[in-house]
Design a protein. Structure first.
Length: 369
């Protein structure tokens, strides 16, 4: 039953995020007079369609994704031979309006994702009436037989520096920074520890926790809840959105530099995390909801031609060189980048499956079934 609820929560979450993203494109496109042939919720075969004044609103069979079909999109999906396109005047086509308006239409979807994340974070803080302050990098409880205990850590030890074998290091202000760091650096770590006014170093290797599905040091830190007035939830929403965006950018930077690729997750991993978040309560689920929305918004801003950021980049290049890039070239670039994104998607899904198999103690080449 928990799994079914998890699937429903996952589908609802992704559907809302994508619908609002596409709604951003749609509303701004309509504002600038661009002809929108169809606004679709979902992909694949059409289950239901209602014709509006000029836009058809559709519900399709596959409840993932959605799209807005705008006249003049140069992504290979349209041809001048299309009967419906012949009747659309140039000034009502996406590629026929000013470039700054096209940029606004592309950005609108990203803005909607960021706005949704802020609203959810604000709503969670408002509903709770309190915020949980970040735990300091101070040991509160050392777990029995853990790597922390073997390294000699004790209650009230303050971790002032963490350094990995490859030379990367952090001077953490919060416990979360340490947890984030060890997900990408789980070799032998050197900890600089402050205890009773003296400083010393100790080494340990993070252990993998199957329940948490991540690396841990074997000790717990403590965080405190703080009551807030209702109006402060507006600022908490901004702060949480900023903190989450910073975390996403750090992760992207690590991936670009070839670090932490094994942590890359696709739909299977997100479904798994969503199922767990629902079990922990609505607060956890909506916090994940906000994080995924922000992830999708930021990911779409990456300057890859198949994404909104890539289309913005092409528009900026055209503005700089003073002429239009060949439609055929744009279509080919979008196709190549789309293939690369699909390969990334498959790799992330492969990662998710491997994690599940490892959790169940099933190993390729070591048939333990």
């Amino acid at each position: 039953m928990d799994f079914i609820i998890g699937i429903i929560a996952f589908v609802v979450m992704l559907s809302v995020i994508v619908i609002l993203h596409e709604l951003g494109h749609f509303l701004v496109a309509k504002h600038f007079g661009v002809y929108c042939k169809e606004f679709s919720i979902g992909m694949g075969p059409c289950l239901y369609q209602k014709q509006g004044k000029e836009t058809a609103f559709s519900i399709r069979a596959i409840p993932f994704g959605g799209y807005v079909m705008m006249a003049g999109e140069e992504d290979g999906s349209q041809s001048e031979e299309d009967s419906w396109l012949k009747d659309v005047p140039e000034n009502r086509r996406l590629n026929g309006i000013e470039k700054w308006k096209q940029v606004c239409i592309m950005i609108a979807g990203i803005v909607m994702n960021i706005l949704l994340a802020w609203i959810i974070y604000m709503g969670v803080a408002l509903a709770q009436g309190y915020v949980v302050e970040e735990a300091k990098p101070v040991v509160y409880v050392v777990e029995e037989d853990s790597v922390a205990q073997k390294a000699g850590l004790e209650k009230d030890d303050h971790i002032v520096k963490v350094q990995s074998e490859d030379g990367n290091s952090i001077q953490p202000k919060t416990q979360y920074e340490i947890l984030e760091f060890i997900q990408y650096h789980h070799d032998t770590l050197t900890l600089t520890v402050k205890r009773d006014g003296t400083t010393f170093e100790t080494t340990l290797t993070p252990s993998y926790d199957k329940d948490m599905e991540g690396y841990t040091l074997g000790y717990k830190a403590i965080a405190y809840a703080k009551k807030i007035p209702w109006y402060q939830s507006l600022w908490v929403g901004c702060q949480n959105t900023w903190d989450s965006a910073t975390t996403i950018f750090k992760s992207l930077n690590m991936i670009i530099h070839g670090q932490g690729l094994e942590n890359l997750s696709g739909p299977v991993g997100i479904l798994n995390v969503t199922s767990k978040s629902v079990q922990y309560g609505l607060d956890m689920y909506f916090s994940l909801f906000a994080m995924i929305s922000l992830n999708i918004g930021i990911f779409n801003a990456i300057p890859i031609p198949a994404l909104d950021g890539g289309r913005i980049l092409i528009l900026l290049i055209e503005k700089l060189i003073g002429r239009k890039v060949s439609t055929k070239v744009v279509e080919n670039i979008i196709m190549v980048s789309f293939v690369l994104l699909m390969l990334l998607f498959l790799y992330a899904t492969y990662n998710d499956i491997i994690k599940i198999l490892k959790k169940k103690n099933l190993y390729f080449g070591k048939s333990k079934i």
